[in-house]
Design a protein around this ligand. Structure first.
Ligand SMILES: C[S@@+](CC[C@H](N)C(=O)[O-])C[C@H]1O[C@@H](n2cnc3c(N)ncnc32)[C@H](O)[C@@H]1O
Length: 226
C-alpha cells in the first residue's frame, strides 16, 4: 500500500485515530498561529496536506475572509475535507503530490501545514522549502508542525518510547500502535529539527525558529524578507 492508498483507506476513522495517537495534537495545531502577527491579514493561504481538515478548520476560523488553497495527495482525504466545508466557497482543492506543486511566484501570504511534510524524503523537503519560499509573498509566513527525529539516535528512541506510553494513555490500542508503526516504516521520513532549520535558512527564510516541541512533534516558524 502506498501513502495515498493508506490515507484513502483510513480517511473515515482518521480523526479519532489521530486524537488517540498524537499527544497534545490540538494544542500543537493552535500553536501554529501563535507567532503570526495579530495584524497579519492574509489574502491567500496555502495549506499543505489538509487530510480531513483539522487544521483547515482552524485556518478558516482565524482567517474567514481569506482565500484558501488546500493540497493533498489522497482523493479520499480531499473529498472528506470538501464535504466537511461544503458550505464554504473560498476553498480550492488541489489533489497534488507536494513534489509536483506549481504555483506562480509570490502567490500566498501564508503557507501552513501539520504533520504532512515528513511524508516526503529529505531531499524533496529541501526542494519543497525552496518552492514554498518562491510561492510566498515578501513579508509572508511559512509555519508547519511535523514529526522529527531526535538530534541523536538515542534521543530519537527516547521520543519513540515516550510516544508509545503517551499514546496508550490516550486510549490507543496495540492494534492502533501497530498500524501507525507499520505506516511509519513505509511512508515516514522523519528529519532532525536541526537539519530542517538549516534547510529553511538555505531557502533564504529569516526569523526562523522552533516555537513549540513535544517529543517528536515540532512547530517551525519562518518569514520571507520584504
Ligand atoms: C497525517 S495527515 C495530516 C492531515 C492534517 N494536516 C491533520 O493535521 O490532520 C498527512 C496528510 O498528508 C498527505 N500526504 C502524504 N504525502 C503527501 C504528498 N507527497 N503530497 C501531498 N500530500 C501528501 C496525506 O494524504 C495525509 O492527508
Amino acid at each position: 500500500m502506498n501513502v495515498e492508498e493508506f490515507y484513502d483507506s483510513i480517511s473515515k476513522e482518521y480523526a479519532d485515530l489521530l486524537d488517540r495517537t498524537i499527544p497534545r495534537y490540538r494544542e500543537m495545531l493552535s500553536t501554529l498561529f501563535h507567532y503570526i502577527p495579530d495584524d497579519f491579514a492574509p489574502k491567500n493561504i496555502l495549506e499543505l496536506g489538509c487530510g480531513t481538515g483539522n487544521l483547515t478548520e482552524q485556518i478558516i476560523h482565524r482567517y474567514p475572509a481569506s482565500m484558501l488553497t488546500v493540497v493533498d495527495l489522497s482523493s479520499e482525504m480531499i473529498e472528506a475535507c470538501r464535504s466537511r466545508f461544503k458550505s464554504i466557497n473560498s476553498i480550492s482543492y488541489d489533489q497534488t503530490d507536494f513534489r509536483n506543486l506549481k504555483y506562480e511566484g509570490n502567490s500566498f501570504d501564508l503557507v501552513i501545514s501539520s504533520i504532512s511534510i515528513h511524508h516526503i524524503a529529505d531531499s524533496d523537503k529541501q526542494l519543497l522549502f525552496d518552492k514554498v519560499y518562491s510561492f510566498i509573498k515578501p513579508n509572508g509566513v511559512f509555519t508547519f508542525a511535523d514529526q522529527c527525529k531526535g538530534s541523536t539516535t538515542e534521543i530519537y528512541q527516547k521520543h519513540m518510547d515516550a510516544w508509545k506510553r503517551e499514546a496508550f494513555k490516550l486510549g490507543s490500542t496495540g492494534e492502533d500502535w501497530n498500524i501507525w508503526m507499520d505506516h511509519q516504516e513505509r511512508h515516514d521520513f522523519h528529519a532532525a529539527a536541526e537539519d530542517q532549520l538549516i534547510w529553511l535558512t538555505d531557502a533564504s527564510f529569516k526569523n526562523i525558529d522552533i516555537v513549540w516541541r513535544n517529543l517528536l512533534w515540532t512547530v517551525f516558524y519562518a518569514e520571507k524578507s520584504k
